[in-house]
Design a protein around this ligand. Sequence first.
Ligand code: PEP
Ligand code: MN
Length: 338
Amino acid sequence: MIVVMEMRATSEQIEAVKSYLTEKGFGIHLSQGEERTIMGIIGNDAQKANLNLENFEGVDKVVPILTPYKLAGRQMHERNTIVKIGDVSFGGDELQVMAGPCAVESREQILEVAEMVKAGGAKIMRGGAFKPRTSPYSFQGLEEQGLKYLAEAREKTGLLIISEVVDPRSVAMMAEYVDILQIGARNMQNFALLREISHYKKPVLLKRGLSATIEEWIMAAEYLLAGGNEDVILCERGIRTFETYTRNTLDISAVPIMKTLTHLPVVVDPSHGTGKWRLVNPMAKASLAAGADGLIIEVHPNPKEALSDGPQSLTPENFTLLMQELNVLAGAMNKRLF
Ligand code: PEP
Ligand code: MN
């Protein structure tokens, strides 16, 4: 339930409602807007608890939250969440592009690609050090050594780093190296992982599960928010449908849907979304046109030699070209890319 305070409610009146709810054992999510204060009551039984909130001075109305997601939804949090990492931000009028190889393959590869994506205009570099591969015989990643290479690239270029975490036991270690923790599609409903990451003050990119509905995806974000991590960025990366021409079916409609239902930034991964590098450019544009706050794109210095996802990786030249085109689009959308 949500308690909407009157415009002129005093801080004493707000405090009185807060202590009443705390005494009853409910958690409170306070949203202090410019005009009025809104209090979300956290706990499943609020509806049944016979709370006499309307009798309190300063309370305008009490409304039920109709969705199963309380913290991720717009109802309790009208304004967009802006996730800030240093001077980079997601969800405001800046667009962010995270670019880099699917996997960290070697020190040389990472240092080379870092310079290239930076030259293209990206501020964040991606690179998987722990790879959740479909086959146990495929390259599994360089693990902590890969993170060390990413950290060195950050040191040299000033790029921020995003990398995927696949195991609750390695969250603490990964959080030492990366600026954004990536939760992969295969782990969207790994609740132990979500719970662990929810206790960190570290931005997190939550990819949509391979076959996850919109509601399942928002509920996964809810786990992160409920545990205390508010810096959640959502990532549409394509879902499984009957179509096999593309690796996945990129659900562009998820962008405006998630922007409407939640207050969280939404980015798109056109690389995994299509599996084909030729489709990355048009789908990247479509994503921004649909209102995405950014993109995550695979770029490899030599896609033919890539240890994973070469067919969907852009060459650095094609990445730079794409960034220039996106910059024109950004202007038309009243957003900033560079
Ligand atoms: C990735 O970004 O490298 C990745 C494995 O993506 P997804 O989890 O979306 O498949
Ligand atoms: Mn990949």
